[in-house]
Design a protein around this ligand. Structure first.
Ligand code: 4AZ
Length: 342
């Protein structure tokens, strides 16, 4: 049976319109396509930029990080396409945009797995978990120029046995100025967007959280970044998340506790001056996450609260709310015209 993910519609991805991939689009590539086309013939040398501008993760410092991997008969190195974080034994937080293929079609649950214990994607101890349910935030719009509410929850069929990462419930003003750490297997060299360089090893980079005012300056994202997002990086560029890091966590150590504050979402290119990395603001969405996995009371309730309805469609095709039925119909309609994923 065809397993469907849960989303408010199935649309063709207008890659060129996405800020996330402006840079890639100019090279005729989508971020997904590039992640799909990992170049395995080269491995990064220490002198090159990593994650961008980061360092390889040598210890098991981030055991709650996971890799999303296509289902295929190949090494995880070739199949990894996004990141995520374990927030409860069988629950993973990732980016909604990770759950679409390069043509803009929603992936099926049977199209991908979640890999734990994969600090190096070649590690034989990496464990892959089947995804039994996926829930995309109902406000996520895959066709939008700026992918707001870019988050999704994956429920796994098997226990990860991983101690989950804590999620921050802090209001945004308390996050600005903190040092974020972003972790992933994304491109370590994006100087030629047509052939990004992907590592086998997980990388991490430290980037400070900047104010929305800085991020929304005319020389930066010019007013397009909202309170439900976070910006992190340096005015001079040089350190950033990049293609393939999407869905992965940005964490801070706050009062001695590692807490996730962001989900890698998008950016204009990677590590370019004034173009900070854009992250889904995790504390902003605690209320939505709590519907599935209780992770703590938010420090503040967003003034513009999102719809609390789930866009869920279970793998058996049953829907869990009235609005879901409508979404299911939309998916069905769109599916008639959608190109099948190869
Ligand atoms: C991506 O397409 C992507 N520089 C992720 C992060 C950033 C840009 C693009 C941030 O997956």
């Amino acid at each position: 049976m065809q397993h469907l993910l849960k989303i408010a519609g199935n649309r063709t991805r207008r890659v060129s319109a996405l800020l996330a991939v402006w840079f890639c689009a100019s090279a005729g590539l989508s971020a997904q396509a590039m992640a799909d086309e990992r170049d395995l013939s080269v491995s990064p040398t220490p002198e090159k930029n990593f994650i961008i501008g980061g360092t390889p993760v040598q210890q098991e410092s981030y055991p709650w990080t996971v890799a999303l991997a296509h289902v295929a008969n190949a090494s995880l190195v070739q199949r990894q396409f996004c990141g995520g974080s374990v927030i409860a034994d069988t629950w993973v937080l990732t980016a909604a945009h990770c759950l679409f293929d390069r043509s803009g079609n929603l992936l099926s649950l049977s199209d991908f797995t979640v890999a734990t214990n994969a600090r190096n994607l070649r590690d034989p101890d990496a464990q892959e978990h089947v995804v039994s349910n996926a829930y995309l935030h109902p406000d996520y719009n895959h066709n939008a120029n700026n992918p707001h509410s870019d988050l999704a929850l994956l429920e796994l069929a098997t226990s990860t046995g991983v101690t989950p990462v804590a999620l921050s419930t802090k209001a945004t003003e308390n996050l600005v100025g903190l040092q974020g750490t972003v972790i992933g297997w994304g491109a370590v060299d994006f100087s030629d967007p047509a052939s990004p360089l992907f590592p086998d090893q997980q990388y991490a980079v430290d980037v400070p959280v900047v104010t929305l005012d800085v991020c929304n300056a005319p020389i930066s994202y010019a007013g397009s970044i909202f309170e439900n997002q976070l910006c992190a990086g340096f005015a001079q560029g040089g350190r950033d998340s990049c293609v393939g890091d999407s869905g992965g966590p940005m964490v801070v150590t706050y009062q001695g506790v590692v807490q996730q504050i962001g989900v890698v979402s998008f950016g204009f290119g990677c590590a370019l001056p004034n173009y900070y990395g854009i992250y889904t603001n995790v504390p902003y969405f605690i209320g939505w996450i709590n519907q599935y996995v209780f992770v703590g009371e938010p420090e503040f309730e967003p003034e513009v609260s999102s719809s609390r309805g789930t866009t869920a469609i279970s793998s058996s095709g049953s829907s869990s709310s009235g609005s879901t039925s409508l979404f299911a119909l939309l998916i069905l309609g769109a599916g008639l015209f959608a190109r099948r994923r190869s």
